[in-house]
Design a protein around this ligand. Sequence first.
Ligand SMILES: [Zn+2]
Length: 953
Amino acid sequence: MSDFQTLMKEIETKYQQKWEETRLFESEVDQNKEKFYLIWAYPGVSGYLHIGHIRGYSYLDMIARYKRMRGYNVLFPVGVHASGLPTVGFSLKVKNKEESTINYLLENNCPPELIPRLADPLVAVEYFSKKYISSWKRYGYTCDERYFINTITPEYQKFIQWQFKKLQDLNLLITKPHYAPWCPVDGPIAVDPSETDISEGGDAEQLEFIIVKFKADWIEDKTFFVTGTLRPETVYGVTNIWLNPNETYSLVQMDDEKWIVSQTCANCMKLGDQRKIIDTFEGDAFIGKSVTNIASNLEIPILPGEFVEVDIATGVVMSVPAHAPFDWIALEDIQKSDTKIGKVARNIKPISIIDSPLGKLSAQETCKKYEIQSQQEVEKLKLATEEVYRIEFHKGTISVEEFSGRNISDAKEEITDKLMERGIFASYRIQEFSKKVICRCGNKVSIRMIPEQWFIRYSDKKLKRSTRTYSKSMVFHPIQYKTSFNGIIDWYEDRACARQGKWLGTPLPQDKNWIIEPISDSTLYPIFYIVARYVNSGEITTEELTEEFFDYIFLGEGNPDTISKNLKIDIEKLLEIKRAVDYWYPLDLNLGGKEHQTVHFPVFVMNHIAILKPTFWPKEIFVNYWVVQKDVANIAQVTKLSKSKGGAKPIQDYIVDGIRLYFAHSKSAHLDVEWNTHTMEIYNKHLNKIYDLIVRIYEKLDDKNIGSEYSELDLFLQSKIYRTIQDITKMFDESLNFRKISQEIYYTIYRTLIHYLNRNGNNADLLREVIVKWISLMTPFTPYLAEEFWSMMGLGGFVSNSEWPIVDENQISDVVEEKEEYLLDVIADINKILKMMDIKKINTIEIVITSKWKEFILNAYRSSPENLISEIMKENQIREHSKLASQYAKKLLKNKENIPYSFDRTTEFDIIQDARNYIETVTNTTVKVVFFEETESPKRNQAEPFRPAIYVY
Ligand SMILES: [Zn+2]
């Protein structure tokens, strides 16, 4: 551990204790103060917090601390989202004594005797809740744990049950058949980008196959071969059926019909009394028979296709050789055969039903184009297929009489509905994932049909409309999310909101066999934090949390006297809770990771709009991106840092302020940032330099020039600090651009102070004033250092609840700042040159101030850039230098140069001349300053206004 690290550990411990003892961050209703209520998306519970969590949390705390210093009464509660699968999965690993899990616990200092008990998910939730709270405190977060919620407590369940009754009253809770992602161990789970339940495949698409029935009454009445297709509109062009002759097929009783599907498919269908397997056959048995395509009323043969995969859809495939390259090539192959089947196949002609830029027989044309000869050329066939599907979908028109001339994209749904009505398509559909999905327990996830699944009806048109309208008035970070949010609401579908299985969570009040799933029990919860505080303190009991209680405090319905009598709850207490809800709500800001853009945030907003009054609707959303790491196996890949992907390291040893500055400064909050301990060390070192600088200034404050007149240099420093405060405050209020804000605080102010001291600035009053303001500005980012400095300066109390510095606009002056800024630029240029040279060989630095004629060109450009070159060439003094002059003029025009300063070249000369001693000291050379006209220096032609030439020798 470095000295600085040891020092910081001491400082961290000291202020954690002091903040705790003085209960500095506890929030109470104060009607005289404006409130600001903010939360982060509470974490799931499946292990310790890691550096990936710390990123978003730190941003929220920066906002909370800033608002507090701006005089807001800030409410910043915390909780854990223990519902669902994560904790159950974690405890199972402990129960199975998985080595990596046990090691992970030990690495994080879990007491060995406690480990076996963590096999119980409830114990694990309790253990980790405590750990999270202590990590949050350690990271300096100003949260108030008295409002803590845990989503599996009885009080939270009462709240969620109330919410679901409201959804039902609003007709937003329904049941319907559902195709649910299904784990053989855990039952139904959620597959979405948040990957709450799964370890792989969060971006898998759920493909929906429409079931097409082909009549086979030669077997029995109402018997069908059923195929699954993604292109139901092509049913009119089916010329034959493909069956794998080497696989087993089942005859399934499907209500009052009989279906033939692959045995694999039959086993996946949710069967019951009305649906059962009644016979099995080898595929071979059906080859050469025929079925009726009901849509086209044609008899079509069943042909052998060894390429048919029985675990995709029904394992029975309809063949559309006019519009499906695979079918066309397979048919061509079989037509070459000498067998009886070959003869049957030779009678088949493709039936064109779509006209598109690819022609009427798109499959044939595309196969020609890709030079596909056989079924073995799978990659080429895939490309051809993709092309045909895409072009026909977007540009194809159908040539079947009933829908003649219609675009496929526009008629597809109507065709599906009509053919379903006519019984050609089944109402049953098959859904499969487009890629592999793996549950957290390690099993492969498939899709199962659940006949009566509970849904929240987010497709409700009125709800969508209100949400879109309201979201226009909301603030989103990043701003682009505002636009995409609208689109997300547009396509947001009903969400399956409850499951049957071994889950932690709230039983659905309408049917207690169902447990509400985690995304659905975490939408309205910010309002419950306010109530949780009274339950946590024992002021109210879980029994008192009845529907009429919630109706009153959240919706203002009912009579408080009656409710207080019914519940035997003190009327004053009831009114107090209601006042607290009315005071703190709505939520001002909700922060969550980027995966929640399509998962949590839309339902969070929609539930508020559906259930609560408009004045309780949320105001601002902040999306933070991920902390990523190089993939151990493939360093060109980066992956999200997460425990389930094996990336999380213990966080206890890091310097808190260093980490917070790392996240504030290294990247925009809305870009992924790569985790790198080397970068972290750079920030630690920089904080160490700031510490040393402040100590150095502090120690000399007494000998300085107190009460003196302000020099130009003093006025510069004063103007600069006020301008910085002004800029930072604006950024905090408008953009929350932490990267730029922290750049100003930790780098610009730092460099300015160093410059001031190097220029022999020594105004003690001013230095004290500047340092105090600087400490205040640091507080949201590096609160521990800020407290330490605050105390060092003898300021009393805590900087954490001091006032944010106020801007004195009268002290801000462009004129005062620009001269010193100019000098800083020149010194930066000198340093760049010196860096490239051997310093020992340098005696003299000649600084050449621009020529009179270049200054003339600049002034001409300033008054009017129109016809600049022809105008200036009217001057004799310019024509003398015509080549260089037009070069400079072109440069001005090309760069549309924003001229940084307003003074002339004489002032340039004076500034450098005045600072000559200073430059000589910092560079250890002799400095000469001359005008262009006074030197023969080989570099003199490089001198331009505000960019003197620098010649060293
Ligand atoms: Zn599972």
